[in-house]
Write a protein that binds this ligand. Structure first.
Ligand code: CU
Length: 470
C-alpha cells in the first residue's frame, strides 16, 4: 500500500466518524464482510449461533450454512454469485453457476425479528439479482430485475436489507435470466427460525432443494434452453449414490424441508413412517389442518416441511416417487427391449464395435449389475451397493437411518442396519402350487360401434436363459 493511499484511508475513517448518523450505515456498508467459500459437497455440521438470538440450527443435505457478521445488531452475509464446479456423485462433476463456491448456495439461517443485510457480489459473465422466495419484505428488496431494482451487473455488489417478520422455510434464487441461471444451479435455502426456540421444536432439522439438469453424457455443462426433458434429478445438486443419508435416534422428532425449483412436481415419499406437512412456504400449518401421509407432492416453486417421529429402526428409503426421477442420465431415452431377442444382432454389431452389449431384453436391472462402458464424467443410470446387492436407483433417492443407539446431535452415518433375526424377507424353497390367475379379457359397458377386424394379440417373447447372449 502506498503512503498516499494509506493516508487517504485514514482520512476517510476520520471523516466517517464525524458524519451525521443518517449516513453511518453507508459507511458500514463500505466495509464488505469477507465472503466465506465452501466447495466440499458433503453435509456440513450444523452452524450453532455464537451471536444474536438462540435457535436450533438445521443440517443442509450436502450443503452448508453461511456464517454472518454482527454489525450493530444487523446480521450481515456476503453472497458471491460465480461459476462453480459441483460433484454430482463420485465420478461426475458439473460446471455450474452458484454462490460462494457451491451449488446450491449456502443456507441463510435467521431468527424471526432479525434485521438482515445481504451483500450480493456478481462474478458471473452476465447480470443477476436475488429474489427471497416467500419472504415478507419491502417491495424494493424483492429482487425481480427491472421491476423492483436495476440488475446487478458483472463486477458490481448490491445490498438487500430487511427485517424477517415471519418464521418458516423459504429459498433464494435469481430473478434475472431465470431459466438459464436456475438451470445452471443458482439457488439456496433461506430459513427463518421461530423467535421462541421452544415453538415447534424438533430433534433433527434437515433441508434441501430439488433441482433438475440436462447434462449430455460425457459433457460437463448443463443445457440451459431445456424446458421439459431433463436427465439429472437432484437433491441440492447431488444424485444417488452421492446424496448423504439422514440419520435419527429412535424416538426423535425429525423435520425435513424440501423446496422445488425444477419445472415439474415431485411426490416425495418416506418409507416406514407417516409424516405431516408442518410447514409450507406460507409459514407453519395449523395443527388441526394436518393429516398423516407417506407421500407429499411438492409442486413447482413450493416448499414443504414434513415432520414425523422416527420410531421405526432401520434403513428407510426416502425418494421422489416418479420412478424416472430416481435414474441418472444413462437411463434417459432408452427403448423398451423387454422380450426382444438380441441373438445374432450382438455378433453382427461386435464386428464393428467390440464393446457393444445388448441389454434390456429381460428388463433394465442388468444395467446396475453389469459394468457397461459409459462416456467419461457420466454416472451409470442406477448405482449404489447396498448390504444385499445393487440398489437400482439414481437421482432423487437417499436413506433415512433410524437407530436406537444413535447419539443425540450425532449426524455420522451409522453404517447398515443390523436386522434382528427373522426380520428380513427370505426365499421360499418348498413346493410351488399353481397360483390362481385372472384372465386378461374383460367385458364392456356398451357394444362397440364397429367390430374389430379380428382378434389382435400383442406377442411378447418370455425371458429365458442367463447372460450368455450378451
Ligand atoms: Cu421427482
Amino acid at each position: 500500500m502506498t503512503n498516499s493511499r494509506r493516508r487517504f484511508l485514514a482520512g476517510t475513517a476520520a471523516a466517517g466518524a464525524a458524519v451525521a448518523a443518517s449516513t453511518v450505515s453507508k459507511v458500514a456498508m463500505a466495509a464488505l464482510p469477507e465472503p466465506v467459500y465452501q466447495s466440499n459437497p458433503s453435509s456440513a455440521a450444523p452452524l450453532y449461533p455464537t451471536t444474536g438470538r438462540p435457535y436450533n440450527p438445521m443440517v443442509t443435505l450436502n450443503g452448508w450454512s453461511l456464517p454472518w457478521r454482527m454489525n450493530n445488531g444487523v446480521k450481515e452475509f456476503h453472497l458471491v454469485a460465480e461459476p462453480v464446479v459441483r460433484e454430482f456423485a463420485p465420478g461426475m462433476k458439473a460446471h455450474l453457476w452458484g454462490y460462494n463456491g457451491s451449488s446450491p448456495g449456502p443456507t441463510i439461517e435467521l431468527v424471526e425479528g432479525d434485521r438482515v443485510r445481504l451483500f450480493v457480489t456478481n462474478k458471473l459473465p452476465e447480470h443477476t439479482t436475488i429474489h427471497w422466495h416467500g419472504v415478507r419484505l419491502p417491495n424494493g428488496m424483492d429482487g425481480v430485475g427491472g421491476l423492483n431494482q436495476p440488475h446487478i451487473q458483472p463486477g458490481k455488489t448490491f445490498v438487500y436489507e430487511f427485517v424477517v417478520r415471519r418464521s418458516g422455510t423459504f429459498m433464494y434464487h435469481p430473478h434475472a435470466d431465470e431459466m438459464v441461471q436456475m438451470a445452471m444451479g443458482m439457488y439456496g435455502m433461506f430459513i427463518v427460525h421461530p423467535k421462541d426456540p421452544k415453538f415447534m421444536p424438533v430433534d433433527r432439522d434437515y433441508g434441501f432443494i430439488l433441482n433438475a439438469y440436462d447434462i449430455e453424457p460425457g459433457s460437463y455443462t448443463p443445457r440451459v434452453s431445456e424446458m421439459t426433458d431433463f436427465n439429472l434429478w437432484t437433491f441440492n445438486s447431488r444424485v444417488f449414490p452421492g446424496i448423504d443419508p439422514m440419520v435419527a435416534r429412535q424416538g426423535e422428532r425429525v423435520r425435513i424441508r424440501v423446496g422445488n425449483l425444477t419445472m415439474t412436481n415431485h411426490p416425495i415419499h418416506l418409507h416406514g413412517h407417516e409424516f405431516v406437512v408442518a410447514g409450507t412456504d406460507g409459514g407453519w400449518t395449523r395443527e388441526n389442518s394436518r393429516w398423516d401421509e407417506v407421500t407429499t407432492d411438492v409442486a413447482v416453486g413450493q416448499m414443504r416441511a414434513i415432520e414425523f417421529v422416527a420410531n421405526e429402526p432401520g434403513d428407510w428409503a426416502f425418494h421422489c416417487h416418479k420412478s424416472h426421477h430416481t435414474m441418472n442420465a444413462m437411463g434417459h431415452g432408452l427403448p423398451n427391449m423387454i422380450g426382444v431377442d438380441h441373438t445374432g444382432i450382438v455378433k453382427q454389431v461386435n464386428k464393428l464395435i467390440p464393446d457393444y452389449m445388448a441389454m434390456g431384453e429381460r428388463g433394465m436391472a442388468d444395467m446396475a449389475e453389469m459394468e457397461m462402458p459409459i462416456p467419461d464424467n457420466t454416472l451409470p443410470m442406477m448405482t449404489g451397493q447396498g448390504p444385499f446387492g445393487p440398489v437400482e436407483m439414481g437421482g432423487m433417492f437417499t436413506v433415512m437411518k433410524v437407530r436406537a443407539d444413535q447419539k443425540r446431535g450425532d449426524f455420522k452415518d451409522p453404517g447398515w442396519y443390523q436386522h434382528p433375526k427373522g426380520e428380513v424377507a427370505y426365499e421360499f424353497t418348498g413346493v410351488l402350487p399353481e397360483p390362481a390367475r385372472s384372465f386378461s379379457a374383460g367385458g364392456q359397458t356398451m357394444p362397440l360401434a364397429r367390430k374389430p377386424p379380428g382378434n389382435v394379440e400383442m406377442r411378447v417373447r418370455k425371458p429365458s436363459g442367463g447372460h450368455e447372449n450378451h
